[in-house]
Design a protein around this ligand. Sequence first.
Ligand SMILES: Nc1nc(=O)c2c([nH]1)NC[C@@H]1CN(c3ccc(C(=O)N[C@@H](CCC(=O)O)C(=O)O)cc3)CN21
Ligand SMILES: CC(C)C(=O)C(=O)O
Ligand SMILES: [Mg+2]
Length: 270
Amino acid sequence: MSSQTQPIRRTTVPQIRARKGGDPIVSLTSYHAHTAAIVDRYADFILVGDSLGMVMHGMDSTIGVPLDLMIMHGRAVVRGTKKALVVVDMPFGTYEESPNVAFRNAATIMKETGCGAVKLEGGARMAETIHFLVERGIPVMAHTGLTPQSSHVMGGFKTQGRDDSTWDAHSADARAVADAGAFAVVLEGMVEPLAARITQEVAIPTIGIGASVHCDGQILVLEDMLGLNPWTPKFVKVYGQLGPMIEDAVSRYAADVKSRAFPTEDEVYR
Ligand SMILES: Nc1nc(=O)c2c([nH]1)NC[C@@H]1CN(c3ccc(C(=O)N[C@@H](CCC(=O)O)C(=O)O)cc3)CN21
Ligand SMILES: CC(C)C(=O)C(=O)O
Ligand SMILES: [Mg+2]
């Protein structure tokens, strides 16, 4: 036996699935190697979300995010991490058309990033595709409730289930993706009793974002909880104030450059 430390194996898809009803699953998004390395020490899985279009690239929705951008950021996060399962969002337009198209694009994401699973939005309408992918070796995390890629149909980023006549349809969507073989389902932006009902009804872990404490796990967009997003929705708890910290550092640097207080003896080559 070598005395070298064995490489730490990443959290697996079956391990996440087995957490149903157990210890809450911890997750955050990450799009960037250095922040992902920090998140990796605490998260069970890391999502390279298509929210990166809005957070990293200033888009006003996720609809314009191209596949190659997901692949670039997916690679960065896989390189920066060793422990967490890395899940990459399939962007709008790369999976809805048919199971074949979805398989081709999901396989490209997995081959080019080294991620362990993909995530796609939609309930019952995506069940056939989820089954097709899982049978062919691609683990799928589903995403129902507020599905941002459908925001033009929904009329914006609207909290779902305020009208309880919609609950049966939302519940049927979550059950359909679970039955199709998804290993977990993100429940986004829905009223608490609906998230609680779905979590009770489905056999796979529910991962909440704006979906109450009753889910089997939670996810937030990293930059939101770090205080880097000026417009955080109600469901975000801000755990750090990186915006003001960055502003302070940048303003002191600018003042030092102007006053020639930087660089000093310490930063110069002789
Ligand atoms: N930075 C970031 N964080 C996210 O959580 C996130 C993204 N980007 N991009 C993709 C989607 C969009 N998301 C959003 C965006 C806005 C609201 C929002 O403004 N919600 C209203 C509630 C409106 C209602 O109740 O109908 C709020 O006041 O919180 C919610 C989810 C969640 N996702
Ligand atoms: C908000 C999470 C669930 C997501 O899909 C994203 O970050 O794109
Ligand atoms: Mg997303």
